[in-house]
Design a protein. Structure first.
Length: 232
């Protein structure tokens, strides 16, 4: 199972999405900084599950219809930074979708996430990540969860990793930096946190029009291990 996450940099890289999906054939596509008012219903065979509606630039999740059915969707507002309060770029910073594997009737949760910008403290971003993972569990108790996106966390990841492990999740970075616009801030911004998934690899894809590089997350579907089953 492949999942692509891409911060479009104020929608500038939206024109790359069809070719990206055609080339890598992901089952799920998670977007950040998308102009959700103009997003298409379909991208190269992927169907729009939903997008945030309260953001100037928002989140979206697409899925492959011949593989999954979207059962439930939840957009969540998280603790706001000063940047959020003044400029109001994002009221909702996580969008989770509960998917049902059609062939196996197994359920899982995939989410697109965008943390507060670098003007905020790391402690605020850790709080947002912790709250997002906790709330995503409400989409289906005990189900596997994969949250990908722009974590805006280039430094001091050891502390973040400890917090995520203490919460029962894993944190996985890609094989190369995902942000290259400013030399001082280059690093791994876009990565994955998960529970119930076996992360096989995370690959940083070539850079396009965005200052973020897309990442390709390859996982062993949890249903292959009997971890995901229908849940009320």
């Amino acid at each position: 199972m492949k999942v692509i996450s891409y911060n479009l940099r104020k929608h500038r890289a939206a024109g790359e999405l069809e070719a990206l999906v055609d080339k890598h054939a992901p089952a799920v596509l998670c977007l950040q900084e998308a102009d959700t008012a103009v997003l298409p219903a379909d991208i190269a065979g992927l169907r729009l599950a939903d997008a945030t509606h309260r953001n100037r630039l928002g989140l979206a999740v697409y899925y492959r219809q011949n593989t999954f059915e979207a059962v439930d969707v939840r957009a969540l507002a998280l603790k706001k930074s000063l940047h959020d309060r003044v400029l109001k770029p994002a009221a909702e910073r996580v969008l989770g979708v509960r998917l049902r594997d059609i062939d196996h009737n197994a359920h899982l949760i995939v989410a697109s996430f965008h943390a507060a910008p670098l003007t905020a403290l790391n402690s605020l971003r850790r709080s947002q990540i912790h709250a997002a993972l906790r709330e995503l569990g409400a989409l289906g108790e005990g189900l596997p969860v994969l949250m990908v996106g722009d974590y805006n966390y280039p430094m001091f990841k050891e502390h973040l990793g400890e917090m995520i492990r203490d919460a029962g999740y894993e944190m996985n970075l890609s094989d190369a930096h995902t942000y290259t616009r400013y030399r001082f801030f280059r690093g791994h911004y876009d990565f994955a946190t998960s529970v119930g998934f076996e992360i096989r690899e995370i690959t940083t894809l070539p850079q396009g029009a965005s200052d973020h590089l897309p990442i390709l997350v390859t996982v062993t579907p949890p249903l292959a291990h009997g971890l995901a089953s229908p849940s009320s």
